[in-house]
Design a protein around this ligand. Structure first.
Ligand SMILES: Cc1cc2nc3c(=O)[nH]c(=O)nc-3n(C[C@H](O)[C@H](O)[C@H](O)COP(=O)(O)OP(=O)(O)OC[C@H]3O[C@@H](n4cnc5c(N)ncnc54)[C@H](O)[C@@H]3O)c2cc1C
Length: 380
């Protein structure tokens, strides 16, 4: 039990009911069938959940960030793929526009994104620029008239690449080396010279699509630049701070889902003439999982509350992501152990939780990068 307000509790309950009744039994099918996943997305959007934590002025639901984290947690408890789709859309997709866009950009792009009619993606990672994202080499060169930029280069591992209509990307527009040379651009899908290629098959969150963004002299209007020239890295790091809290919420959800499955299985599975839940070795695993999940949830809620209060949460966001993603990995691993051989088959959900949890220590900054962020704050 956590100290949530009445509004937060009712959103959590709404998300729980939706996840358990509409998503849970479709999660496996949605892994294999993009149409099923889009159907879930549309249901979610129809409930006003695609723009939950944004003001009503732009078509959002006006809830706070903690409520949004509760939503992500409940979705990830049954489908990490749907949760990551919404997480990327909301945090690193929409937040750069919401936090740094001018009025014209907000009025043009936010309503369709917040209603869920459009899906957002973000493009930072390049073949030679992953953790060192500030070294990206996608170029943005102003055209002769100065009213547009021509983007050339590519972005890899981009979540929502196949389904998004709006892409927020970084490109090097300034003659300054390193991250200060990057600007952020809003790139609509139908931009001339811009195309998307399907990504390689992946281990987990396979219901969440990803791909490569290819810019071949893609003509992006100058009015689509977010903030000033050279502001791109700052804009993306700001959004990633929020994104990490959201990935932490996702980790808590996956871990809780794995605990739900393991507890149910331990009570049903009989060995040596009794349920395996009677064995202390199994009980200790369940107890450790529950304790780590509770600790991770507190870190995530704390970081979300700081954000809602307008307080800095750089370290707290990284701590939440670091701890929760590692807790999710341990929890799904133990849950698989409790399932024994059956857990290793696709007849049981636990192998999906185990595969899905693995990406959390990589996306939106690896665990090593989170430690660098935390240490930098300690030493500054
Ligand atoms: C499922 C998934 C979805 C993704 N979605 C998106 C997306 O939507 N948009 C996007 O832009 N990117 C996305 N990414 C990319 C992701 O952000 C990168 O994979 C991540 O930042 C790591 O970069 P890299 O893969 O190039 O690894 P590298 O940077 O090459 O790192 C390799 C290893 O070296 C370690 N390392 C690197 N530098 C240091 C250092 N200074 N100190 C200590 N260790 C270090 C890393 O921690 C890691 O263990 C996604 C990735 C995955 C797996």
């Amino acid at each position: 039990m956590s100290f949530l307000t009445e509004d937060q509790r009712s959103i959590q309950q709404l998300a729980h009911d939706f996840a358990q009744s509409a998503v849970k039994n479709k999660a496996r099918a949605a892994e294999a069938d993009p149409a099923e996943m889009m159907q879930l997305w549309r249901q979610l959007a129809d409930m006003g959940l695609a723009g939950l934590a944004f003001p009503e002025t732009y078509g959002g639901a006006g809830a706070d960030y903690l409520s949004y984290c509760c939503l992500i947690e409940e979705l990830a408890r049954v489908s990490a793929s749907l949760a990551v789709m919404l997480s990327v859309h909301t945090t690193v997709g929409i937040l750069p526009i919401f936090d740094f866009g001018n009025d014209a950009q907000k009025n043009r792009f936010l309503p369709d994104l917040l209603s869920g009619k459009h899906i957002a993606a973000f493009g930072l990672t390049e073949p030679d620029a992953g953790s060192d994202a500030g070294s990206g080499d996608t170029r943005a060169v102003p055209n002769e008239k100065g009213d547009a930029y021509r983007l050339s280069g590519s972005k890899i591992f981009i979540t929502n690449a196949l389904t998004a209509q709006i892409f927020v990307v970084t490109a090097r527009s300034e003659n300054t080396p390193g991250n200060k040379g990057l600007s952020a651009f809003i790139v609509p899908r139908d931009t001339t010279g811009f195309s998307v290629e399907k990504g390689d098959a992946k281990l987990g969150i396979v219901g969440s699509d990803w791909g490569t963004l290819v810019f071949d002299q893609a003509e992006v209007p100058a009015e689509n630049r977010l903030g000033g020239g050279g502001d791109g890295f700052k804009i993306f790091m700001n959004s990633l701070n929020s994104g990490r809290v959201s990935i932490g919420a996702m980790a808590v959800g996956i871990a809780q889902g794995a605990l739900d499955e393991a507890t149910k299985y331990a009570k049903q599975r009989q060995q040596f003439g009794q349920p395996i839940a009677n064995f202390q070795a199994i009980q200790f695993k369940l107890a450790d999982m529950a304790t780590e999940i509770a600790a991770a949830r507190h870190l995530v809620y704390h970081a979300a509350r700081l954000k809602d209060a307008g307080q800095p949460f750089l370290s707290e966001g990284s701590m939440a992501k670091l701890y929760a993603s590692q807790a999710a990995w341990r929890a799904t691993n133990e849950a698989m152990q409790i399932h024994g051989g059956y857990g290793y088959t696709t007849d049981f959900a636990i192998e999906r939780y185990w595969r899905d949890a693995r990406c959390l220590e990589i996306v939106e900054g690896t665990s090593e990068i989170q430690r660098l962020v935390i240490a930098r704050q300690l030493l500054s």
